[in-house]
Design a protein around this ligand. Sequence first.
Ligand SMILES: [Mg+2]
Length: 460
Amino acid sequence: MREERRSNFSRRRVIKSSLAMMAGGALARAAEAAAAETEPAIKNVNTNSSPSALKITDMRYAVVVKPGPSPCVIIRIDTNQGVYGLGEVRDIAGPQYALVLKSRLLDENPLRIDYLFQKIAQFGGNARQAGGVCAVEMALWDIAGKVYNIPVYQMLGGKWRDAIRIYADTTESMDPVEYGKRAKERKAMGLTWMKMDLGINVLEGMPGTVMQPAGMSQWEKYAQPNLFVATEVTDKGVDRLCEYVAAVRDNIGYDMPLSMDHLGHIGVKSVIRLGKAYEKYNLEWIEDVIPWFYTDLLKEITTESPTPTLTGEDIYRIEDFEKLCNEHAVDKIHPDLATSGGILQTHRIGDMAFGYGVPMAMHFAGTPVSGMANVHCAAATRNFLALENHALDVPWWQDLVEGVEKPIINQGYTKVPETPGLGVTLNDDEVRKRLKPGTEYFAPTPQWNEVQSWDDALFS
Ligand SMILES: [Mg+2]
């Protein structure tokens, strides 16, 4: 980023130029040696930084609008040494989730990542309410990588893989033939793993396919957990849904992993019936079939359904993932790193799940900033399967950043960057072009500098 290049400075360079003004080269050399001796910790460090004296000085943001889940808030955490970190609030959550944390971060050393995560973790919650905490965590890793001149994955223990498998869904169609055709086009892009959204919405207006009380409000239909909407799929409905899956399989074959999401708000028994009906199509998973916190009911579905189950994109922190894994309530987990707690928490979630024999796919729908945070975590986590992407039809998505190999998604994979930190800088011009109307590009945020409430004492 240009702004950083302008503000970059090297403490050593300052010391050197000051000393050069002193009389006598020998005196300068002696003083320089003495200065170096007092700073042994920075010997192998980017000379733009002095880790022990690093402090957070600012947090700003830019809101990007893109097709698909949007807007996406990119944050920048600045330091007193010109090094900055980029992070991203989970798609569709507002910038305030990050900004409310600013007063708790100013003057802190950004390299104390776990400490700072624990300090701010209480201000995160499930789904998009964790967006701010996770954005900050990503930005802190970006800073640490730049300071120590290594990629983030290396600080997590190193790579299990050099490239990250990407999976994606396609646009839906009410016509099974057209749906199959779109799946084929996706496969032609080089993907090695696909997902299809298929829910009872495609049965709308088709008599005899769905049993549902008449006259329900939108709130009842979509804001109530599935279990309370008394909606079940009939035999005719199951048969019709199978036509879509058959069409997709006919077009992409049976060798390629195929997952399924958005089955609709239906009851536990209907989910089980669909899980049985889809057995012959060999799906990798059916996703978020009921809310993740009904552990016993999820376990019932997982036990009864021959099609594997998966959940996790709305779960914050490791504890609830461990409960699901310990109970084997789902076959696979699917954290969204911008909800689960950021890079380190998600790495820990993966390692924990590995111990229970549970694989981990990763949900993701943001810009390449958060995308790269996912790539580093996926590279360093053993039980990783595939990383989601929702921007395959957005040609400028990858133009938002610079510094990584393009195309970012190449034949279904993203190469793990070897550059320091997350490995991306922003393409200022492109991000400015994509700003949410009426918002500014990393404008000052002094109104968030002061702690405005005494709300972090959770016990006495
Ligand atoms: Mg999903």
